[in-house]
Design a protein around this ligand. Structure first.
Ligand code: ADP
Ligand code: MG
Length: 514
């Protein structure tokens, strides 16, 4: 009796386990060389020839177009890490891969998958305790936040700019959107603009959109602006242009033109008389309306995107208006300054000092598209970690020190765990060694020697990482060098890696429909 289609593929038992584990390990392995300050970048070329150069774990894994379902779960680890805390994606993927590698060894030693899963869960609980023990007692002030930002950006292609000055911009941005009980991270956006060195990267106290004025004669800058956000076409509706007029005489033609002219002038006058200094509309603006408004000194941006319109509304307190007749002063938003600026081939509109929300934009500059794209990712990560660290107030030492401490605590507690589960708990500690080992390998150090030295230093001082500063690689207290990560980044990495590894290890039957 067939219960599945003949084309279905079925793999069972050890074969299923080992093929899943191998796929998961291979994916994690593929991002290992990018970890840490000396991690290398990857160039990814898609089938259309589109090139991405990056050091970002989640970006690499997503660009790789992975099909194997178990491997896909490692990609999900990186994705959930990115979503939850914004950084530590490579770390999480690499740990997950190593947990799988250790599980494979245990399975070969006849440790049952359920025992491995139990042991891993127990070990991850110990790991979370160890992370809490590593949390710094120091207050998380601007100096610490800058170090957190810098630690997340070192090794990223930050162009000519030192991570230090970028870190300052990042902290300033997050401080702008700090609330009493958290951080409004979404109120910080990043806008990239090619054409200058990354040194020109700056914080704009407002929003930046890709738009140009509807008419050359309009003012390039308006201070203390009252602005209207419209979903109104300012002109003869394009739909009506197709309508057929049957015109038999010049008189009729002239009166048709006159009618249109006066309709168009009516729109222009309504807008001008409303008292708005600046108008943003999601629809088109007739050239004649634009030219009339230009003479009236009104700055108009037409055809703006829906999400830009929403941003302007939330920043300035404007109300979107769907019909010109409804436009009144109460619908206006306010901004300190609205300006139109030209950057080479691009025109940008700046809305600064909006009355409603504390939105800020990191205006990222860089010489080429690849540079600004990677800077955008690096700054995005830095904004996330600073927001995370500020919100929780908890930071831990980076440079592998936290992982060394976690492994140490797990091994200590494993001694009290009975039976084969002890093997699994210890294996979890071994898996975590991948982080300091990889940091060492990526600096050209011997990973085994580094691990031995790190453990010895940890035993004597309680805090030891493999720190890269300039050309030097030292084993020391990462806090003294400002190598600091948010505690939540480490927690999330442990949790998501454990979850994926245990889920994959538990599978012993793969049924794939063709
Ligand atoms: P991830 O995607 O996991 O964030 P990264 O390539 O950003 O990967 O590397 C993060 C790791 O690099 C963290 O463990 C962090 O503590 C470490 N790190 C950051 N700066 C330094 C430094 N100067 N020396 C050593 N390790 C560092
Ligand atoms: Mg990082």
């Amino acid at each position: 009796m067939f219960i599945m289609s003949e084309d279905s593929q079925r793999t069972q038992g050890r074969d299923a386990q080992s093929s899943n584990i191998m796929a998961g390990k291979a994916v994690a392995e593929s991002v290992r060389t990018t970890l840490g300050p000396r991690g290398m970048d990857k160039m990814l070329v898609d089938s259309g020839g589109e090139v991405v150069i990056t050091n970002d774990g989640a970006t690499i894994l997503n660009e790789m177009d992975i099909e194997h379902p178990a491997a896909q779960m490692i990609v999900e680890v990186a994705d959930s890490q990115e979503e939850e805390v914004g950084d530590g994606t490579t770390t999480a993927a690499v740990i997950a891969g190593n947990l799988l590698g250790e599980a494979e060894d245990l399975i070969e030693q006849d440790v049952h998958a359920t025992t491995i899963v139990e042991g891993y869960h127990e070990a991850s609980e110990i790991a979370l305790e160890a992370i809490s023990e590593q949390v710094s007692e120091e207050v998380v002030d601007d100096e610490v936040l800058k170090q957190v930002a810098e630690s997340s950006m070192t090794g990223k292609g930050t162009g000519g700019l030192t991570a230090e000055s970028l870190a300052e911009t990042v902290v300033e941005a997050i401080r702008h959107v700090e609330l009493e009980d958290g951080v409004a991270r979404d109120n910080v956006t990043v806008h990239t603009q090619i054409g200058a060195s990354s040194n020109a990267t700056e914080l704009v106290p407002g929003i930046v959109i890709d738009e140009e004025p509807a008419h050359d004669g309009m003012p390039g800058e308006v201070e203390d602006a009252s602005l209207a956000v419209l979903d109104v076409e300012l002109g003869v509706r394009t739909g009506e242009i197709d309508a057929e007029y049957s015109i038999d005489s010049i008189d009729q033609l002239n009166s048709a033109i006159d009618a249109e002219e006066s309709e168009v002038r009516g729109y222009a006058e309504t807008v001008a008389e409303s008292g708005a200094d600046v108008v943003f509309t999601t629809e088109d603006v007739d050239d004649r309306v634009a030219s009339y408004l230009a003479t009236e000194g009104v700055l108009v941006f037409e055809g703006i995107g829906d999400s830009d319109a929403k941003d302007i509304v939330s920043a300035t307190g404007a109300t979107r208006v769907g019909a010109l007749d409804d436009l009144e002063e109460a619908d206006f938003g306010q901004a300190d300054r609205i300006s139109a600026e030209n950057y080479g081939d691009d025109d940008l509109a700046f809305v600064e000092g909006g009355a409603a929300a504390e939105t800020v934009t990191v205006f990222v500059r860089g010489g080429t598209e690849h540079i600004v794209d990677e800077l955008e990712r690096a700054i995005g990560d830095a904004l996330d970690v600073v927001a995370t660290a500020l919100a929780s107030g908890e930071v831990v030492p980076g440079a592998g020190a936290t992982e060394i401490a976690i492994a140490d605590k797990i091994r200590e507690e494993a001694a009290g765990i009975e039976g084969r589960k002890q093997l699994a708990v210890n294996a979890f500690a071994d898996a975590l060694d991948i982080v300091p080992r990889t940091l060492a390998a990526n600096t050209g150090r011997d990973p085994i020697d580094a691990l031995v030295d790190l453990r010895a230093a940890h035993d004597s001082t309680g805090r030891a990482g493999l720190i890269t500063s300039g050309e030097e690689v030292t084993i020391d207290d990462p806090f003294d060098y400002g190598v600091i990560d948010p505690a939540d980044v480490k927690r999330e990495a442990i949790e998501s890696a454990t979850e994926a590894a245990t889920m994959i290890a538990r599978i012993d039957d793969v049924i794939a429909a063709e």
